[in-house]
Design a protein around this ligand. Sequence first.
Ligand SMILES: [Zn+2]
Length: 77
Amino acid sequence: MVSLNTSALNGRVTKVCCQCGLNVAGKLRTRDSVGNYYCASCFQAQHAQELRDMLAAQMPEPELWRKVPLEAYAVYA
Ligand SMILES: [Zn+2]
């Protein structure tokens, strides 16, 4: 798959977290399906929330579950 972006056109590929702007070249990073890079902490933060929303929606009282720490869901995972 060829991805085209301006940094590649400059002949220099920069890997920057799309959330906080941290340069993640050479660091632990994640790339999503559309090619955005995330540093480890942003990825974790973002996906923890997604996971919580998803799990909370399956609970009898989603609004309450949305407020509990992610760890509390472990028993249901
Ligand atoms: Zn980041």
